[in-house]
Design a protein around this ligand. Structure first.
Ligand code: NAD
Length: 420
């Protein structure tokens, strides 16, 4: 065993010092080496794949593994190693979703605001950014978690008003952190979008931590590194890909969320479930958030800059953006997405899922200017030469991107979403 451990330590050391990024699956005995433990703390993001002792024993009993020949010593060894793992583990993973979340730097757990935000190592101080509503509700908890690391706080107006160039400029001019400082964005998608964008350009880029407080933020906006502000010409026209150093998701903060905001988030949950091919919307709240967050993290890790697969996340959104534009943004985003999903499912010929969206989200046709909505749809960022490129489903859980359909077919579906 001693020879094996020495070899294991050498190989781990070599890989942990390689400049190439790597995923290393270490055996349970590797962290017994003090050197390996030190390198793991300094040079790796470490996730413990947690298996309780009874299950671990069930898996190895009867095998010829030298350290699993008798149960009592196996259990003693388990306890002894457990204490060593506590020194190095940053994440505890119980399934594949947990591993994906760890890879994306996403913490999901109740009380994460206090625990994870409180324990994240920051090189220098933090600037806390929130909107007025969130400042009153959850600002004190975030401030307490950051403690002495908190350098300054910055208040934004709630909603899309936060995503103007004027608000961005005010924020940038108020920031006092240095290049090793961190921006902590506590709030909904509007706050994380603008604070994340500020982080991407301030001093040519500083780290940021997203702490989403809406369902939209927790299952979507705070994950994957897309950040942006709006221009009078359109939404999200100025932005950057800037992956947050960490995303800290505490499902407990959703308790204060108004019902309308929750419904907006459910539209994204249903979208995720349709893409994943699983009734994620039926899960209890905490699990629903974890599973949706993991799904988006996986897609974005595979395609961080949206050169391909990531476009599936736009399911229903081409129609939604058109309805928003055609109503001067009077139609709330969540309602627009619900209608957009309906149109996408109709065009996909998936009647069962269409009925499901009707039941879950109860979308009703909205008031909007048909011509302006149609123009906006043709001008959508994903359109090619005026022909809209749609994301549709070949089947439940089987998205297809870049689908081009005759203009009159798409127009007919858009018209069905508009009242009158
Ligand atoms: P939001 O940030 O405006 O928040 C909605 C409202 O809820 C605000 O009034 C806010 O003050 C309040 N609020 C937030 N947390 C609360 C809480 N815990 N309790 C009580 N009130 C709370 O809106 P949103 O729906 O979270 O985000 C929408 C924005 O996100 C849009 O601008 C959209 O473009 C963007 N977005 C970005 C991405 C991305 O990948 N970057 C993805 C989806 C959406």
């Amino acid at each position: 065993e001693a020879d094996f451990r020495a070899l294991e330590e050498r190989v781990a050391d070599e890989i942990l010092h390689s400049p190439e990024p790597a995923v290393i699956a270490l055996g349970g005995g590797a962290p017994a080496s003090r050197t390996t433990r030190r390198h793991l703390v300094d040079r790796a993001v470490t996730a413990l794949v947690d298996v309780d002792v009874d299950e671990a024993w069930e898996r190895v009993r009867g095998s010829e593994r030298p350290l699993a020949l008798d149960e009592a010593s196996f259990r003693a060894l388990y306890e002894q190693r457990r204490a060593l793992y506590d020194d190095v583990e940053e994440w505890v993973a119980r399934d594949v979703e947990d591993i994906v979340l760890a890879a994306g730097g996403v913490h999901v757990r109740t009380a994460a605001l206090e625990k994870e935000l409180g324990e994240i190592l920051l090189a220098e101080g933090a600037a806390l950014v929130f909107d007025e509503n969130v400042a009153a509700l959850h600002g004190p908890a975030a401030g307490a978690a950051l403690g002495e690391r908190l350098v300054s706080t910055h208040r934004l107006p709630p909603g899309e008003e936060a995503k103007t160039v004027a608000t961005l400029e005010r924020l940038l001019r108020d920031l006092r952190i240095g290049r090793m400082g961190t921006i902590v964005a506590l709030g909904g998608g509007c706050t994380t979008d603008v604070a994340g964008f500020a982080a991407s350009v301030y001093l040519r880029g500083v780290d940021w931590i997203a702490v989403p407080t809406t369902l939209v933020g927790q299952v979507d906006a705070a994950i994957g590194g897309k950040t942006a502000v709006n221009l009078p010409e359109g939404k999200n026209l100025v932005g950057a890909f800037h992956w947050p150093a960490r995303t800290v998701i505490d499902q407990a903060v959703l308790a204060t969320l108004p019902e309308a905001e929750r419904r907006a988030g459910m539209a994204e949950v249903v979208k995720t479930g349709l893409l994943a091919g699983e009734a994620l919307w039926d899960l209890p709240d905490a699990e629903l958030v974890r599973r949706c967050a993991a799904y988006k993290t996986a897609v974005c890790l595979r395609d961080p800059c949206e050169t391909g697969e990531r476009a599936i996340l736009n399911l229903g959104h081409t129609f939604a953006h058109a309805l928003e534009a055609g109503s001067d943004h009077a139609v709330p985003h969540g309602e627009a997405v619900a209608l957009g999903l309906l149109a996408a499912l109709r065009l996909s010929g998936l009647g069962e899922q269409e009925r499901l969206v009707q039941e879950l989200l109860e979308p009703r046709p909205v008031r909007a200017d048909r011509e302006r909505a149609w123009l906006a749809l043709q001008r959508d960022k994903k359109a090619a030469g005026g022909t809209p490129r749609l994301v549709l489903l070949e089947a439940f859980g089987k998205p297809r991107i870049g689908v081009e359909l005759p203009a009159h077919t798409v127009r007919r579906e858009l018209d069905r979403l508009i009242e009158g």
